[in-house]
Design a protein around this ligand. Structure first.
Ligand code: ADP
Ligand code: MG
Ligand code: ZN
Length: 613
């Protein structure tokens, strides 16, 4: 097939090989650029469907695509999923024996493989560059894929020095185009990826980070935190959950406690032996354990699409991390909850950790990151808006986070806002939030003394409130766009037209009250189970069991057979014929052949049993 395909051809391939009827937002545009042979940079949130953006073009182009992917543990899953869809793929990494390696290299050189996954270590291994040259000469490399491309940047949260080898590979194969994909969004990392890969005029595709199926909520962390988590898990004992804790110790204790309540849960942290970690991860992915209790060591690249709940037991260190971790919920597009437990004790703990650092730049970054997390936790406004604004994205209120569902009563903070803003206005140069708060409180810090700020008329005018209050007010002003905060590490505050109006009394400043004392009752429609009637629900559970049996037999995770979404569609539409079965999302030609019989007969016997049509 020529490398330029019509939309119709692309959609046919999509259905035949992946079983999907339509592209997700942005996928088609990326695929077209990749087919045209452009360097392509893709920024899409976790679960957005990045893999398809290179897998489909790899199928259509002649030759073989080379995919660099950071985690060995996940490579097998990715390749299994492709094979299950009838797409010829394989991987090379250090987990294979010499014989296996030879066997696969042969297959590759025979031109039997469309997608080759390699670990970053493999790029550095002896003879690998020579092997690549041979592939390109004999069967041709269609393009390079750099998955989780932020790993190439020191500014990202997962720097992998081996990724830097791409620079050399680019020099050796300047004619082969690169497709870099990531869910990590800051401007700096983005630029760094493009520089490191040395690609000229890449086509840049940036997609919204708004994930409409995620329900963000922040709860006050009290002594009852564990029972609340337990209740959340018990709401839906069929689905998978991840609980993130800060320390290894709390991971172990929360996991043990859950088990004592009859919830099958496993721990995951860097202190565990590699074998055990791998085993636990696999048990979770294969639905043998319902809950994974983990430190942030768990999860990069985890493909499990049907995680319905991600709880943060402790305060995350930065919003980027929080977005990534919570984003592991609901990758299949079905509703999922992301809940953060927060109290000021956790904040103090992180501040204490920051206090032990010595590098001033590192301290500034950590402080700024903490302020952003606190702003998220404290905001009385839409959580989704708050988190997206961190990625430089502006959206309407999401309508389904805790604050949108249960808006807190408004308080008129005009007077306090005027005190704060006039304090900023009195300064001849700009300062950061903390310094302004110190002036308001009348604190004689070194900086206050150095600049003689105790002479200001605003010095100490905010003594009736505490530091947390003023910080909250300052951040509320920033979020309401009534004050500007610059973007650098040493962020400083500046007035803007809205600040001026508030100062002159032309504009009131009313915001929802500050205290966090809620446990929102989600309206009926937000229940996660997704509105199946009694019979469909029964059938859905049956099909899940069947899927599990088939998955165990094939030694793959259940979602590789079919997604929850596919099973739900079967449970609701109850197909009778092969033709009807093909209409189920996720059913392509290979899966039709392989699984339609088992599922159709299960559906039929259920219908007979319950006398359904
Ligand atoms: P990412 O790498 O961006 O985090 P994945 O590529 O792993 O996301 O895709 C996430 C989920 O979305 C997978 O379960 C995948 O099968 C599904 N998916 C991708 N594209 C489509 C599509 N066009 N229609 C339906 N589901 C899709
Ligand atoms: Mg991915
Ligand atoms: Zn909202």
């Amino acid at each position: 097939m020529s490398s330029i395909a019509s939309t119709q051809q692309l959609e046919e391939k999509l259905k035949n090989h992946f079983g999907f009827t339509s592209f997700r937002a942005g996928q088609k545009e990326v695929i077209e650029d990749v087919l045209k042979g452009e360097h392509t940079f893709v920024l899409m949130p976790t679960g957005g469907g990045k893999s398809l953006c290179y897998q489909l073009p790899a199928l259509l182009k002649s030759g073989m695509a080379l995919v660099i992917s950071p985690l060995i543990a996940l490579m097998k899953d990715q390749v299994d999923a492709l094979l299950e869809n009838g797409i010829k793929a394989t991987y090379l990494n250090s987990s294979l024996s010499v014989d296996q390696l030879r066997e696969r290299e042969k297959q590759i050189l025979k031109g039997e493989i469309k997608l080759l996954y390699v670990s970053p270590e493999k790029l550095l291994s002896e003879g690998f560059l020579g092997f690549l040259k041979r592939i390109d000469e004999e069967i041709r490399i269609s393009f390079f894929v750099i998955d989780e491309a932020h790993c190439i940047s020191e500014w990202g949260h997962d720097f992998r020095p081996e990724y830097r080898q791409m620079k050399q590979i680019r020099e050796i194969f300047p004619h082969i185009n690169c497709v870099a994909l990531t869910a990590t969004a800051t401007h700096r990392v983005r630029q760094d990826i493009i520089n490191q890969l040395h690609v000229q005029k890449p086509k840049v595709h940036i997609h919204s980070f708004h994930r409409h199926n995620l329900f963000y909520e922040v709860r006050q962390k009290t002594k009852n935190c564990f029972s609340e988590v337990l209740a959340l898990i018990e709401e839906d004992t069929e689905s998978s959950s991840i609980i993130y804790c800060q320390s290894r110790k709390s991971v172990e204790s929360v996991s043990a406690k859950l088990n004592s309540y009859g919830i099958k849960s496993l721990p995951y942290h860097a202190g565990l032996d590699g074998k055990i970690r791998e085993y636990n991860q696999e048990q979770f992915i294969k639905d043998n354990a319902q809950v994974m209790v983990a430190t942030i060591a768990f999860g990069m690249g985890i493909n499990k699409p049907d995680v319905r709940l991600v709880v943060h037991y402790d305060l995350p260190k930065n919003l980027e991390g929080y977005y990534q971790e919570s984003g592991r919920a609901g990758r299949d597009g079905e509703k999922a909850k992301c809940i953060l437990f927060f109290n000021y004790g956790d904040k103090a703990k992180i501040e204490h950790l920051i206090g032990q650092k010595t590098d001033t730049q590192e301290i500034q970054i950590a402080k700024k990151q903490l302020a952003q997390v606190i702003s998220y936790a404290e905001t009385p406004l839409c959580r989704t808006q708050n988190i997206l604004s961190y990625f430089g994205e502006q959206t309407d209120k999401c309508g389904h986070c805790d604050n949108c569902l249960n808006p807190r009563p408004l308080t008129n903070q005009t007077l306090n806002a005027q005190k704060f803003l006039s304090c900023v206005a009195r300064l001849s140069i700009s300062f950061g939030l903390t310094h302004i708060v110190n002036i308001l409180l009348g604190e004689r810090t070194d900086k206050v003394k150095k600049y003689k700020h105790f002479e200001l008329s605003t010095f100490g005018i905010g003594k009736d409130k505490d530091a947390d209050f003023w910080k909250w007010l300052g951040r509320s002003l920033i979020q309401a766009n009534a004050l500007q905060e610059t973007e650098d590490i040493y962020a400083v505050l500046k007035l803007n037209p809205l600040s001026a109006q508030i100062l002159k009394g032309q504009q009131e400043f009313c915001i929802p009250e500050r205290v966090i004392l809620f446990k929102p009752k989600a309206p009926e429609e937000n229940k996660i189970s997704g509105g199946l009637d009694e019979f469909s629900e029964g059938l859905f559970q049956r099909l899940r069991k069947l899927r599990k049996q088939l998955a165990d037999k094939a030694m793959v995770p259940p979602y590789i057979i079919f997604s929850d979404l596919a099973l739900k569609a079967m449970a609701v539409s109850r197909p009778k014929t092969q033709r009807q079965f093909l209409n189920i999302p996720g059913v392509g030609e290979k899966k039709l052949k392989e699984f339609s019989e088992a599922f159709l007969s299960q559906i039929q016997s259920y219908c007979l049993e319950y006398d359904l049509d």
